[in-house]
Design a protein around this ligand. Structure first.
Ligand code: ATP
Length: 253
């Protein structure tokens, strides 16, 4: 069974420069997949396509068996409820003029989800390990790690099936990063997670499967343990060589 299927996708922002080439990717419901590649390899671009923010030049993307058709408004409304994203920068992604309640409830408002928004926001705060009183405060009153928890609460408040995280822990210090990775690991028990990072060490700690992208092409993919033990592609070998040995030993043990 597949939740997201990407078949033979090419994409370029302009006609004379292709950014993604022949991308094929299957993500099963409940899976935790890490997309790893260096800066500029096309990770964010692929996320944009998976969110329906851009359209492939060739090939197709399906979600739960239905083509991700950006022109189909009824489908996109349903889809937006089911797929949410957490961005890298917890400072710029939260509006400083809005209360935390208003920030977290935003998807409930924009997706016109009925119900008790106060309770839903309180549940989301609890799920990310923040006190429900946080709802009345403003983002500048929180640390970087707490802000990222708030961004994650906003992403999960509508109970999506598919959570995308784009370099969601890269801006955080090491201890905070570990805590947020632990939180995402807990949440991934209830949803499908696509975690994007240039850091294969962080991805390996969180994801069951790894997809390696180089210059817009998937060069290797497989089970995390297999890739760590026996990387086939020279690019994967280079990425692994750049992770401090201790970390690789820890995450593969
Ligand atoms: N809006 C855009 N218009 C034109 N080119 C773009 C646009 N966004 C990204 N690119 C180009 O597409 C290529 C892939 O960028 P992308 O942001 O997808 O890479 P990435 O792997 O996510 O990198 P990073 O880790 O630095 O975020 C880069 O060469 C980039 O310059």
């Amino acid at each position: 069974m597949t939740l997201i299927q990407v078949q033979n996708v090419d994409f370029g922002y302009s006609a004379n420069r292709q950014i993604l080439s022949d991308i094929n990717l299957d993500i099963a419901p409940g899976d935790t997949v890490g997309l790893v590649g260096e800066s500029g390899s096309g990770k964010t671009t692929l996320l944009r396509l998976l969110l329906g923010l851009a359209r492939p030049d060739r090939g197709s993307i399906t979600f739960d068996g239905q083509t991700l058709d950006t022109g189909n408004r009824a489908f996109m409304r349903q889809f937006r409820r089911q797929a949410q994203i957490v961005f890298q920068d917890p400072y710029s992604s939260l509006d400083p003029r809005q209360t935390i309640f208003s920030i977290i409830a935003e998807p409930l408002r924009s997706l016109k989800i009925d119900g008790d928004h106060r309770q839903m926001v309180a549940d989301a705060l609890e799920a990310v390990g923040l006190d429900r009183d946080a709802a009345t405060r403003y983002s500048h009153q929180f640390s970087g790690g707490q802000r990222q928890r708030i961004a994650i609460a906003r992403a999960i408040v509508a109970r999506p099936r598919f959570l995308l995280a784009d370099e969601a822990v890269s801006a955080l210090d090491l201890t905070t990063r570990t805590r947020i990775v632990d939180l995402l690991a807990r949440l991934s028990a209830e949803m499908t997670l696509l975690f994007v990072s240039h850091d294969i060490g962080v991805v390996a700690a969180l994801c069951r499967r790894i997809v390696i992208i180089e210059k817009g092409r998937i060069v290797e993919h497989g089970e995390t343990a297999e890739i760590l033990k026996n990387p086939q592609h020279p690019y994967t070998q280079r990425l692994l060589a750049s992770v401090p040995r201790l970390t690789v030993n820890e995450i593969s043990s």
